[in-house]
Design a binder for this molecule. Structure first.
Ligand code: XMP
Length: 511
């Protein structure tokens, strides 16, 4: 079993950041919010308690069995984690009159402590806490302080507790401290190199499928593409990919997907042209939620029909999905600990009469790791760096009723916007960009002739987690180029507006 650092998530928005810092050090780690201490095995070389929004004295605040301190595994508590360690070891934590939020100067008291190897006596750290320690836990001593708090404490059993957040970049030497904890205190070796991960995953897939067929719904997005390439590498044409053209995809999407996979040895892909079906079902529908439901349901129906057909021909036992680690963590913490939960649905309703076993080779990878893996497997850059695209596709970007003509207009306008973003080196600088077709016509003038045509809105946002977002500050000169091209090249559109709303109060998509 692979040795690991276990991160216990107490609901901090930074828990995933801690995990990514450690993975960047080529050390394997996992995040969990439910821990049965008796089940922690000797593959766990170190434990980190994350921060969190609760207060240790609150009723139902998350805690842990005290036996964790007798396991003889090094522990690092961060913020709430520090308060929990203090509280469980006989110390006292109290509410401060005011929150300490922002940068503070850390002064190291115990310079020889291994946690501070390579860290200067004074440096800046990032604080974000309301509670603080008023009585030190038994057996603990202060090893660093700020002007207002015991910023770092430890005991002789390698239990460390920090009031600040070493995982955020604002903590100047935070990364060194995490590295010191991981390598010098937990004494774990590097064990998470992408090349080895690929080899291992290929072996796992081969072993699990044992010569049998696997079905995969390919969307053209990064996750399902990387999953497909990886499984293809493991089992070749035993993998059958299904690509559903809903007619609500970006311009030439099906062609691009074909181009990516043709020429790959034994890549078995079935294209399903379901464009007519979707348009038919969406006729006359204007309400966004209704549209979403219809598209979702139809997608599952098409996919299931294909699965059934293929199953009859080939007896497929396995279904592969591009589920990635954040999806797993998000759905695991539905106990309300984390304040930023999004429920995730992958392929969704599987056919009741097909008993598939799931294959999810990306289940323990973060998005940046999936991208690296994709690059390693030869996925084209254009596909790796793609902005997210919603399941219901352009169906929720044509506002109100969706028709073939409106989708075509939108595809053209959207394609121009994306082309220009790439050409002007802006695509990678924004998180998600697209065009929305409004159900409004306005008057314009073109070559002395009055026009009465559609309005499109350009949307571009910057965000880290897609839970909140701000509109991108795109240069006016650039917007002008896009606007001119759209009205000149897309017959039927005579006005372009730029969406300057942030999330909240708006959402990223319009419907
Ligand atoms: P909102 O509009 O909620 O979008 O601010 C946040 C992010 O989620 C994407 N999105 C979806 N993705 N199925 C998906 O797979 C959906 O139904 C869906 N709706 C929104 C959206 O594009 C943005 O990245």
């Amino acid at each position: 079993m692979r040795e690991k650092i276990l991160i216990i998530d107490y609901g901090s928005q930074y828990s995933q950041l801690i995990a990514r810092r450690i993975r960047e050090m080529e050390v394997y780690c996992e995040i969990t919010s439910r821990v049965d201490v008796s089940k922690i095995g000797n593959d766990v070389k170190g434990i980190i308690f994350s921060g969190g929004p609760a207060s240790v004295y609150e009723e139902n605040s998350p805690s842990i069995d005290k036996k964790i301190f007798s396991l003889n595994i090094p522990i690092l508590g961060i913020c709430y984690g520090m308060q929990l360690i203090t509280y469980l070891n006989g110390g006292m934590v109290e509410k401060s009159d005011k929150r300490e939020f922002g940068k503070a100067t850390l002064e190291i008291i115990e310079e020889e402590n291994p946690l501070f190897k390579g860290v200067p006596k004074e440096s800046l750290v990032w604080m974000s806490h309301g509670d603080h320690i008023t009585k030190m836990a038994q057996g603990f001593r202060t090893i660093a302080k700020t002007s207002s708090s015991n910023a770092a404490v430890c005991n002789d059993d390698k239990v460390y507790a920090l009031q600040f957040h070493p995982e955020v970049l604002h903590s100047q030497y935070g990364k060194n401290m995490i590295e010191n904890f991981v390598f010098d205190i937990c004494k774990i070796e590097k064990n998470w190199k992408m090349g080895d991960v690929i080899k291992e995953k290929i072996e796992d897939i081969k072993k699990k499928t044992n010569g049998q067929k696997v079905l995969l719904g390919l969307s053209g997005g990064v996750d399902s593409s990387v999953a497909a390439l990886l499984i293809n590498k493991a089992i070749g044409d035993k993998l059958v990919c299904v690509f559903v053209d809903t007619g609500l995809l970006r311009k030439d999407e099906a062609i691009k997907v074909k181009k990516q996979y043709e020429g790959i040895d034994g890549f078995n892909i079935v294209f399903v042209d379901a464009r007519k079906r979707f348009l038919e079902k969406l006729k006359g529908v204007v309400e966004p939620e209704e549209k979403r439901k219809i598209i979702g349901k139809e997608f599952i129906e098409v996919f299931n029909e294909q699965a059934k057909k293929l199953q009859e021909e080939k007896e497929i036992k396995f279904l592969a999905q591009g589920t990635i680690y954040p999806d797993v963590i998000e759905s695991a913490s539905e106990d309300g600990l984390s304040h930023t939960i999004k429920s995730h649905h992958n392929v969704g309703g599987l056919p009741k009469d097909c008993k598939f076993e799931l294959i999810e080779p990306l289940r323990n990878l973060f998005k940046d790791e999936v991208r690296r893996l994709g690059k390693n497997l030869g996925l084209r850059d254009e596909l790796i760096k793609r902005h997210p695209f919603p399941g219901p596709g352009l169906g929720i970007r044509v506002i109100e009723e969706v028709t073939e003509e409106k989708v075509r207009l939108l595809q053209e306008a959207d394609n121009i916007f994306i082309e220009e973003l790439i050409k002007n080196d802006l695509y990678d600088k924004v998180s998600q960009a697209f065009v929305v077709l409004l159900p409004v016509k306005t008057v314009g003038v073109m070559g002395d002739v009055r026009t009465y045509e559609y309005v499109v809105a350009i949307r571009s946002v910057n965000t880290i987690d897609f839970m909140t977002a701000t509109f991108s500050r795109l240069p006016y000169e650039f917007l002008e180029i896009v606007s001119n091209r759209i009205v000149n090249e897309v017959r039927g559109v005579n006005r372009v507006v730029y969406d300057i709303s942030s999330k909240p109060a708006a959402t990223i998509e319009w419907e």
